[in-house]
Design a protein around this ligand. Structure first.
Ligand code: ADP
Length: 485
């Protein structure tokens, strides 16, 4: 029996991406197809999404969706069914999915994503006669209200489908003032702690968590960390109250896009057996970043430059890294102070530190294929993808022991080295001392070529493809549908 799942997300590769959510939402349909799950993805109709949907058909219209005329168009994304909500008043704008060209959040984000979720709940409830679903899978706060609408204001009185709420990052909760409540089109009964009310305002993610049959997050360690205040960020009480209904399923990586044996973005492709061919990629990275050659390791970092990602601590550690014979190539963008500090460090360490501020998918592949080690010193990390790409590309991850980083990297401690299973370097707590010590350990390991080669190969052997995660989601869906029946 084929299960039909409506996956509701605010971004998905290859159409629109700001972070890991897009990688996951884009990969899920193909990961689930072999498991007997037909997944339809629903996205907001941003200009980039509509432009990519050639020959799209209109399958539903709303004269007024939270006050906006809107229509639903159906098309395909990489061969899988795609729905987009074309509501020009909400989504036809220059800028990012959540912010204007200057990087400021759109002031009407609550309305944009409430409307998107209202539409998704209508679709789940049978608004389009030909589209029938068994389950709804909502991703992050932008889609979370789908589950709340299903529960409190279902389309045509339809019974709510089982709902999975996946949290890709607890730091983004979609919290708005109480003044928006009357404009959401929900009954007064939704204004409770079991509904959308959260600390006196409206919490979109919180509402989705309350209405969900199961809450998942993207690694087992993060699923247990969010029971604690520092990771739960105000929602730890709900996580704890949901008990066994909160679980972690690790993200996979899309091995069609991320495979060093076939990657068109690499100067030279390679496998675990042909590691010396990485050298051409390393030279290419050095050229892009204006770095001198050197016999020490080339560290890379590909990241949003934010507090979460520990960018400030990397800046502090740069003198130590360079002093130990390391070099750094950094690709990222984010908080202005961090960007400026990286530029200043690059000027101070000319030839040793190179910085590219911006977003560059192709360059990120080359850096994984040419770097010796990738720094991921996150203060919290729901899953993290860059360390997984690093493992696949022989770019050894140097990571803090948190969330998905703890679950995917095996620290090169003496026991793991003796057993031949180490895949990277882990450290506890994101501080100058801890990161500096981890960098020193990485440099020392790099200077033992046999050991370093073994660590690289161990990482490349790891299977973090979507197969295992796809199976886990399919089993979860099947369980929820059986329980409901
Ligand atoms: P998050 O979603 O919190 O930003 P993840 O590690 O889960 O972190 O995913 C980040 C994704 O975005 C990865 O695919 C990474 O390669 C990519 N990425 C981050 N910054 C850049 C950048 N400046 N240029 C290209 N890709 C980037």
């Amino acid at each position: 029996m084929t299960l039909h799942v409506l996956s509701v997300a605010s971004e998905a590769v290859p159409l629109i991406k700001t972070g890991g959510l897009a990688d996951v939402a884009g990969a899920l349909p193909a990961a689930l197809a072999p498991q007997g799950v037909k997944m339809t993805t629903m996205l907001p109709g941003y200009p980039a999404v509509l432009a990519a949907m050639k020959r799209a058909r209109t399958v539903h219209t709303w004269p007024s969706l939270l006050g906006e005329p809107a229509r639903l168009v159906a098309g395909r994304m990489d061969g899988h069914p795609l729905l987009a909500l074309d509501a020009p008043g909400l989504f036809a704008r220059e800028g990012g999915p959540y912010s204007d060209p200057e990087g400021r959040d759109w002031g009407d984000n609550w309305r944009r994503f409430a409307a998107f979720s209202r539409a998704a709940a209508d679709v789940a409830g049978g608004a389009v006669a030909k589209l029938k679903f068994d389950l709804v899978h909502a991703h992050d706060w932008q889609a979370a209200m789908t589950l709340a609408y299903q529960r409190f204001a279902p389309f045509g009185g339809a019974k709510a489908l089982p709902g999975v709420m996946t949290i890709h990052n607890m730091a983004f909760q979609g919290y708005f003032g109480a003044g928006i409540f009357p404009r959401l089109g929900l009954p007064d009964s939704a204004w409770t702690i079991e509904g959308v009310e959260s600390y006196g305002g409206v919490g979109f993610l919180k509402a989705g968590m309350q209405a969900a049959s199961v809450i998942t997050t993207v690694s087992p360690t993060y699923a247990s960390e969010i029971r604690r205040r520092e990771f739960g960020m105000g929602l730890e009480g709900i996580v704890a109250a949901k008990g066994d209904a909160v679980l972690g399923i690790l993200n996979g990586i899309d091995t069609a896009l991320w495979n060093p044996a076939h990657d068109p973005h690499l100067t030279d492709t390679f496998t675990a057996r042909t590691l010396p061919r990485r050298a051409a990629n390393k030279r290419a990275v050095e050229a892009v970043f204006g770095l001198d050659h050197g016999d020490g390791p080339l560290f890379v970092m590909i990241s949003r430059l934010t507090w979460q990602k520990g960018a400030d601590v990397v800046i502090e550690v740069l003198d130590h890294l360079v002093g130990n014979g390391g070099r750094l190539a950094l690709l990222g963008s984010g908080e202005k102070a961090n960007e400026d500090a990286f530029h200043a460090a690059a000027a101070r360490h000319k030839g040793q530190v190179g910085v590219r501020i911006g977003y560059d998918e192709a360059l990120s592949h080359l850096m994984q294929g040419g770097g010796d080690a990738i720094l991921v010193p996150s203060r919290f990390e729901p899953c993290g993808l860059t360390q997984l790409y690093g493992l696949a590309y022989g770019c050894v991850p140097v990571v803090s022991r948190t969330g998905g980083l703890a679950d995917t990297v095996i620290d090169a401690n003496p026991a793991a080295l003796a057993a031949g299973v180490a895949t990277g370097v882990q450290f506890d707590g994101v501080s100058y001392e801890a990161l500096a010590a981890a960098v020193s350990r990485a440099v020392a390991l790099y200077r033992q070529p046999d050991v370093w080669r073994q660590i690289r190969r161990n990482g490349m052997k790891c299977d973090f493809s979507w197969a295992a995660s796809g199976k886990a989601y399919a089993e979860l869906y099947a369980r929820l549908i059986t329980e409901k029946a």
